[in-house]
Design a protein around this ligand. Sequence first.
Ligand code: NI
Length: 136
Amino acid sequence: MKVTVSRKAHFNAAHRLYNNEWTDGRNASVFGKCANPNYHGHNYELIVSVKGPIHPETGFVMDMKVLKDLIRDEVEEKFDHKNLNEEVSEFKTLNPTAENISVVIWNKLRPKIEKQLELTITLYETPRNFVTYTGE
Ligand code: NI
């Protein structure tokens, strides 16, 4: 028997999507407003889900206080109110799309969560657009 527990978090961050090897025109046509050279912000909503067996002594899959602190230290403090392109080292050469941000977050959290627990990252860039990464 496995149960999924989830914690929601939030951060505001600025980004710009572009490919250095493309013309401004191609960047504008592929990335639209997200290619704006002066950056723009999103209110990102993050859901971190952890799936595994219920521990018989605690009744928990994972202590949510531990998960909360992990998200604060690894994601919120590093991303909140930052310009992702300029201030977060992972995005110096990686386009900060929701897809890539979710992979970066998964990679930060994975080593800090017990091996037998499955980790899923869901990241909303807008209320209607969201991505999911499970490490596959
Ligand atoms: Ni954008």
